[in-house]
Structure formats: C-alpha cells, structure tokens
Design a protein around this ligand. Structure first.
Ligand code: GLA
Length: 735
C-alpha cells in the first residue's frame, strides 16, 4: 500500500491517519539542510526513523525506516517519537510518565492525525496528535521548523478528559533519536564568577544528564546549552554538529541515553524533580521549547544559525540598537550619595557612552540598603542618600547628555526588610524549618498573583515616575531553598507545582511589563550569569554573563557563550577586576555589548583619550558586531591567541579581534597567520588596526590590499605579542 505523505506548504490541512488500513504515515520535518522523519509502525506508534541531511527525493524519506533494524526484543521502541513510561514495550528513558485519574500508571500513545501549518513568521509547524487507546489522554507533538535557519523548536501540549486529575510525573518537551555512530557532548557547568565552563564527554553507554534544580537562577551551576559533535570531532568549519538549549526559565533536565545500537536518545524538558503536576481535565499543559540546530559544516555554521534565529524570532528588539553605558557598581558599590552619583555622570559623557546605570543600593529606608544584608524588597528611594529621588537623577543625567538606567532585583527579599515584616507569607520558605539564605536573601513567591502584582509594580512605578528612564538591570541572586508556598497551600494546589508555577509567574509579570513597555531595554542579570535562557530573552534585550570581568577570563567565557548567543546579547564591561592594560580590557569589552564599570576620574589623560577614541570607534562598527555574522577564527583553547571576526551581511565590512591568551615563555602568538572567514573571495580588502593609543605605531596601516581569497586561504597575521596583547583590525572592502 502506498504511504501517506505530508510535506510542508500544506495549509491547515489535517491528514487523518489511515490506521484502520494499517498504512504507514511518514512525516518529514525539514529545513533547508536538515530533516527529522517520523513514521508510524503497524500499531500506529510513532517512530523517529531519520535525523540528518535533507534528501532531494522526498519519496525516499519513507524508506529510511527500512534500513533500521531495531527488531530485537526490548529495542523495538527505542526510537519512539515520545517515549512513554508504563507499558511493557518501552525500556528507554520516558519522555512522559503519568498516573491516570483512576490510579493506573500505564500510558500508550498512538498516532491519530497530523497537520502542517505555515506560520506568518515564516516557519512551518508540524503538529502530530497522539492518543492513548484506552484513556482519553492526548499529547500533541509540535515541531516548528525554520527553513533558512536550520533551527527546529520542539514542544508538546498535554491534556486529558478523564474523570479527575491526572498526575504528570514527567512531561518532557522533546524526544530525539539519532542514528550516528559517535557522540561527543560539550556541556557546561559553573559557579559564581566561573560560569560556562566547558567539558567534553564522549557518550558511549548509559545515561548522561545535565540538569538544574535551583528554581530561579537556573544556569548558575549547569547550563541548558549543549553541543553534540556527531560522527567525530567537529571544527569551526567541518563536521556534523547539533547545538541547542532547553528554553526554560526554571529547572531543566537534558538526558542523553546511548543504547546498545550506539544510537542516542535525547529527552529534554522541565526537570521532573519535586514537580509532579496535577492536571485537571481539559486543561492544556504546554511544555517549554527545546531548540536545536544541525550543521554539516562545523560549529561556526551552527552558531550562526542559532544567532540568526534568536535575533530574528526570539530576542527582544533583536534588530535594534543597544545602549553603551557606565555602571557605578564597581566604582562605588553601596557607598554613594546624590552628589557622588551626579559627579559620575560627567565621566559617562566624557567617555561617550549613551547611559549611566545606577546599580544596587539606592533604595530602602527603615533598613537602608547599605550592604547586601538589608532593604531588598523595599523599593522606595533611600532619602538619606538620594534626597531628591530618582527623577532628579534622571533629569541631571539627561541635562549632562546621558540617559539614565537603574538596577532592580524585584523577585527577592532580605529578611531584614519592611516587605518581609508586612508579608511573611509572600516568601518561599518552610515555616517549621530554619530559613536558609543565599546572599542574605529569600525568594518571593511568584506563584501568588498578589506577588506578581507587586513585582510588576516595582517596574511600573519606576517607569511611571520616570517616563524617560532608559534602561533596567533586572538581577536575581538567590535560588529557591526550602521550596514551599503558603499561597499554593491556601489554594489547595499541590506544592509540587511550585517550581513550574514560579517560572510561569515570572513570565506573567514579564508579559505584563512588555505589554505596557514594549521596548525599554532590560538586562537579564543573575548574580553574575545565572540566567540566559532563550525563553527569558523574549523579554530582555541582553544578559550579564558573569561578575567575572577579568578580560582574559572573559575571552574564554565569551568564546563558549558565543556558540549560543550573538554578541548583541552579551553585556561586556571594562572593569578593574584585573590589572591587564586598559587597552586589553577595552578591546575585550568591544566584542560584546560594551559598558564600563570604572572610576573614570582615576584614568590618566592618556588613558581617557584612548578610551574615548575606542568608544567612538565602537560606535562606528557596533552595527557589525551586533547584527553581523560571527566567525571564530583561532580558539584560545588551542592556540596562544583568540581571534574572531564579525562581518556585515554584504561582506564589505568587518571587525577582527585578536587577543593574546598565553603569556608563557614559549608562547608563539604571532608564528602563524590567522585564516579569515566570512569574506567574499572576489573582493579586495583593506585592513587597518584601530583602538591605538595616540602616537602608537602599528604594522597594520591599511596600506596593503588583500583579496578575500588570500585572507581566507593564506591568512593574515595580526602580529599579536606581549607588547601587542590585543589587536583590533577594521576590514573594509575596497571599491
Ligand atoms: C549582582 C550582579 C552585580 C551587581 C550586584 C549588586 O552580583 O551580578 O553586577 O549588580 O549584584 O548587588
């Protein structure tokens, strides 16, 4: 019998399964270069029969199932498209586990129908409806395929019509099955000031899990980003690589299970830890999205796919401008008053940045916020420090020609605060147990709509009082300890909903903020880099990678972040964390979204002149860094230098950043040329070093012209050395 097909461009067409006739249904989910193919078996169970390059003959997708032989007992269900717990033919990690209203804990999911919809934003969504043959229990699998980006978002919607609640013990977003022969996983763990530390693990047998249980600042100890080199080591330009993330602001679990056939089963979703979800009849539970790309041309292409997808379809104001800034955190910490702040505005103006950002310490009166142990939660301006309030500061800054932004941490509270005194039941804690603090603070209970109103109010009040307030830094310093909500208890909602409802509560607040203030730029910060998920980046314009701003550390850290995030999202500040030369610090900050966190009045005249010029240069080329394509050219993990380039779409302009990363005696930074990427072979280019001190000599004067072909095949030597430890080069096509 002929198989039933559905390819893209079927508008709102529902293809009913021909289950009655036992026909196989084949569902290819394709982008320009990658395909995942689902197919029903003779029992209408949905299988994954292929994930790889797109095939040019559509009819051949169906045959990919024929070359797979998983028939041995116990393995026939390894490639299920959404593995279930509780029936005896599945022995792999389930994507879903439930207890039905009648207490039965079995689940079977059979294909019912599917439809393919072209969405107005240019993607193709395939929805596959699955149903339990015994219980009125339904799972719809969604695959949103972005053709040009080679990115797929996968999630599902779970619902039932049983007589009573069904308890979801596990409810993953995605289930993948890969038929490659080698899997080299790069995952990232971290800690404060050591975020995004990569580790490679060859996956050969059993289960490897990446997960978080922190509740709020979920990325602090482990990142939800992953990279898989399939079929051998990948480089920036070669190899098959899958890269992705679970886009969820909350506990996550990514499970990689390698079976005896050397196939890899991936289950990704909300971490089921302490999170059994009681689902009422006819209420839909939508999981977060699992986002991934597959590149057959190495890591660089995979990154650029994710960057383009994020900028075009997810990140708030992904094509917009960003504000360069001067932050007072490391310049003053909590020790400031109105006059001192006003005196700092001049530094921002002189440097040439757009905005002055007032950090922590500006609020609370009964328990003034003079240290991190008091005042958090009391969002009235501290009258002793700032007698004329925030409006005065906004106007003063504007008078001096800079915009004004402010720090908040609205989800958290110090026990020493009026907020805690007034609303002890707004705090997540176990009444009968001692409180546990992280940075002297506790987390507010965002499952409670009153608390959501309060958190919304923190932003709304500030923006109502200061309509020209131009920026907010939204911090989040504590994880959830002693997870218990008195709101859920009052409402008779199980405590096991806490983590999920917290994450949803935060999203509710952010949605409300964005309905009223669609574009006010906000930085997502989390006591360093504890939050950077694609889900929250729908509401934020940028994020704080780490409190560690030592430029050498940042080169490595930003290298790793850069696999998943474009430079426009990465706040990168010049600070005094290290004693590296100012130029080195400025050059490193220039490859992200630039800011300063220094006492400008302590800069020598020479340094100030240099910094001003570098900021001016940055303003000239920032569009390329923010919106261009990024190519990593020399890895600091493999060389004594790090080198990367951003190129505009027309390939007529680029900026190349080169940094010395090894000062040891035998380091050979300038021994070999760096091969450029992303240029047009046929164009001629002029290379000129910028960001130089007044009067400094450079061997890269822009007098020589090179072809793109030469630069990409022979290369260019930026001549990095200990006396030229960072080199920024402008690349311009010659007409
Ligand atoms: C966190 C942030 C810092 C700073 C402080 C203020 O640690 O990461 O940038 O804002 O809080 O308390």
């Amino acid at each position: 019998m002929r198989p039933v097909y559905s390819f893209t461009i079927v508008l709102l067409a529902t293809l009913l399964a021909s289950s009655a006739f036992g026909q196989k249904v084949t569902i290819p989910i394709t982008t320009a270069n990658m395909a995942t193919v689902l197919q029903t078996d003779h029992n209408q169970r949905l299988k994954i029969i292929y994930t790889g390059k797109t095939l040019s003959r559509l009819s051949e997708y169906e045959q990919s199932g024929e070359v797979i032989n998983l028939r041995s007992e116990g393995a026939s269900s390894n490639n299920n498209a959404y593995a279930v717990a509780g029936i005896d033919n599945n022995f792999v990690e389930p994507a879903i586990a439930v207890v039905h209203a009648d207490g039965n804990n079995s689940l079977d999911l059979r294909y019912e129908a599917h439809e393919v919809i072209d969405t107005p934003d240019g993607a193709t969504v395939t929805k596959v409806a699955l149903k339990d043959p015994v219980y009125p229990f339904f799972v719809d699998l969604y695959y949103k395929a972005w053709r040009e980006k080679d990115v797929v978002e996968q999630w599902c919607v779970i619902r039932h019509d049983e007589e009573g609640e069904v308890v979801l013990h596990k409810y993953a977003s995605a289930n993948l099955y890969l038929y490659n022969k080698e899997y080299l996983l790069t995952s990232y763990n971290g800690a404060w000031a050591r975020e995004m530390q990569p580790a490679e693990t060859p996956l050969r047998q059993g289960m490897h899990t990446i997960e978080s249980r922190l509740g709020t600042r979920e990325h602090l100890l482990a990142s939800p980003n992953f990279m898989l080199a399939l079929d051998g080591q990948a480089t920036e330009t070669t190899g098959t690589v899958m890269m992705g993330q679970l886009a969820w602001n909350g506990n996550f679990a990514l499970q990689f299970e390698t079976d005896v056939y050397k196939n890899l089963h991936i289950v990704a979703g909300i971490n089921p830890y302490q999170s059994a979800y009681h689902l009422k009849p006819n209420v839909s539970f939508e999981t977060p999205r699992f986002v991934y790309t597959l590149s057959f041309e190495g890591k660089g292409k995979a990154s650029r796919n994710l960057h383009a997808w994020l900028r075009d379809h997810t990140l708030l104001d992904g094509h917009g401008e960003r504000l360069t800034l001067l932050n007072n955190w490391e310049a003053t910490y909590f020790d400031f008053n109105q006059d001192r702040l006003v005196s700092l505005f001049e530094g921002a103006k002189e440097l040439g940045v757009d905005l002055f950002l007032l950090d922590d310490g500006w609020f609370a009166n009964k328990y003034p916020r003079n240290r991190d142990n008091a005042g958090l939660g009391d969002w009235e301006v501290n009258r002793a420090k700032l007698p004329d309030g925030v409006p005065f500061l906004v106007h003063e800054a504007e008078k001096q020609g800079v915009k004004f932004g402010i720090w908040i941490e609205p989800e958290m509270v110090n026990p020493k605060s009026e907020l805690y005194e007034k609303h002890p039941d707004w705090v997540i804690k176990q009444e009968q147990r001692p409180e546990i603090y992280f940075r002297n603070q506790l987390v507010l209970d965002l499952t409670n709509p009153e608390v959501q109103d309060f958190v919304f109010g923190v932003v709304d009040d500030l923006l109502t009082e200061n309509p020209t307030l131009a920026f907010m830094k939204w911090d989040c310093n504590a994880p959830i300890f002693n997870g218990h909500s008195s709101y859920l208890e009052r409402e008779n909602i199980p405590q096991s909903h806490l983590y999920v409802e917290y994450s949803r509560g935060l999203q509710n607040v952010l949605k409300r903020i964005r309905e009223k203030y669609p574009m006010v730029p906000m930085m997502l910060c989390s006591g360093g880099g504890g939050r950077s998920d694609y889900n929250l980046l729908r509401y934020f314009t940028e994020f704080w990678l780490s409190d560690n701003t030592d430029p050498l550390e940042r080169i490595f850290m930003q290298w790793d972040y850069s696999y998943y995030y474009p430079a426009i999202t990465m706040c990168s500040h010049v600070t005094n964390w290290s004693n590296r030369p100012l130029k080195y610090r400025v050059d490193v900050a220039s490859m992200g979204k630039m800011g300063f966190d220094i006492r400008t009045n302590e800069l020598s005249e020479r340094d100030m002149t240099f910094a001003k010029q570098a900021v001016q240069n940055y303003h000239d080329y920032k569009g390329i860094v923010w919106h261009g394509e990024m190519y990593r050219l020399a890895s600091p993990y493999e060389h004594d230098i790090a080198s990367l380039i951003y190129v505009n779409e027309a390939k007529t302009e680029g900026v190349m950043f080169n940094y010395l990363t090894n000062w040891r005696y035998l380091a050979e930074p300038s021994l070999r040329p760096v091969k450029l990427q992303g240029l047009d072979s046929d164009k001629l280019y002029r290379l000129t070093e910028i960001n130089l001190y007044e009067g400094a000599n450079t061997p890269i004067t822009g007098q020589k012209i090179y072809s793109g072909e030469f630069l990409m095949n022979v290369g260019f030597n930026p001549l990095v050395s200990s006396s030229r430890s960072s080199v920024v080069v402008k690349v311009e096509a010659v007409k």
